[in-house]
Design a protein around this ligand. Sequence first.
Ligand SMILES: C[S@@+](CC[C@H](N)C(=O)[O-])C[C@H]1O[C@@H](n2cnc3c(N)ncnc32)[C@H](O)[C@@H]1O
Length: 478
Amino acid sequence: MNTNALYYGDNLVWLRDHQYFPDESVDLIYLDPPFNSKADYNVLFNEPGKGGKSQAQIQAFDDTWDWSSEASEIALNELAKNRPSTAEFISWLSRQGKIQESMAAYLSMMAVRLVELHRVLKPSGSLYLHCDPTASHYLKLVIDQIFGAKNFRNEIVWCYRAGGVPRKGYPSKHDTLFFYTKGRDFTFNHEYVPYTEGTLKRGLTKVKGKYFDKGLRPEGTPIQDWWSDIQKVLSPTAKEMLGYPTQKPVALLERIIKLSSNEGDIVLDPFCGCGTTIDAAQKLNRRWLGIDVTWLAIDLVEKRLKDTYGAKITSTYEVHGKPYDMASAEALANKSKKEFEIWAISLVGAHPREHDGGVDGIFGFVEQDKKTRTIIVQVKGGDVLNPGMVRDLIGTVKKEGAAIGLLITLKEPSGGMKSLAVHSEPYQSELYVKEYPSIQIRTVAELLEGKTFDLPPTQSLFKKAQLAKEKAQQSQVF
Ligand SMILES: C[S@@+](CC[C@H](N)C(=O)[O-])C[C@H]1O[C@@H](n2cnc3c(N)ncnc32)[C@H](O)[C@@H]1O
């Protein structure tokens, strides 16, 4: 495994592929799986022409693990094949009414993945499991069985401020991270933080016994198992914030990577989201592997890498599982209509819009008056196409006040559709002194061949990650 790589798809399917994920090949695993909290997470992005104030949203993933779903039952059955004792334990908890069915489903989904993660970890490797307080205690029982209780090293408590306060009860202001290693000889590089002013004034107390005479360490005190110096990425105006739900701060991942790996080591994040682990690993000269089941996440990671490290970075990693020809595009369309739409609109650099009113994707361009004009995108992944779809797009362009409407089809459009598009009134750009067809159609095959739409230079709507140089300059200033 020499290259950095992103994998689009279910992490269980990828992890079970021994060609891509051989035994004992990874040095460090960080995983931040969806919690069992029955929430939908939405990605926010600015809509063009609304001064960045209005936020459109698209559901990125939903974290309900449904016991009744076939996948969960399969997970428990498969777990029974690999780890009968763990499967029996989860079934027992469920039968006894100790946990709800949805929790049993969550635990079995996690357990089958943890078995694979344990397999791919090197003997000197470490795993950090970022947990939800509703499931952490059950997860610990499960992971103890897979890694061995003796390989549990620490429960790290990540404390943060911000967020709401309940009417009764304590405000929840921490996450839990379980730190396990595969064996006794594991990579660990102590990091130090400055002593408090009080300790510096007072020095060591006699309670330290034989260490008293040694005095304070010149490098500071080793980082302990509660971290209160890293804040959540919450504010939409925060430089780091990309708008991906549950995005973790890069400082959190930098700490874990520095402590539990060395330069050149391989870091794996099987639920990589918008790529916080990958960004931190890249910055710290580690090799990295990221997996996510939503195309939105993989697309965002690629954008993040490009914005942070420049376009050259694209030649340094591979993307697996991305549709690259008609057969794989059709397979995706058959598997998930929504994922196919999100992938198709990413081919033109647009962004998805849910609650759409006939708009699947949206992006924009700036005109002479410095205001942004909207381009809307519709995707048709089915076999049946007709001119009514073009009429519908023309109507939606008018209703939305957009400048241009694009139609992406999986199949070849009919002559009637093409004729309607060709005869629609063109958009006249003042800035580019050019007429653009206001309705344009391209097939997925054409886009894959590299054909493009005829458009003015367009703008991305997701927040851009900062260029690495800018980040470095800022950290020198503060
Ligand atoms: C809590 S988020 C991770 C956020 C990430 N740590 C970050 O900083 O952006 C969980 C991610 O897991 C992904 N996911 C859920 N089920 C998955 C699966 N079976 N395989 C791969 N990824 C999955 C979701 O799409 C989501 O992006």
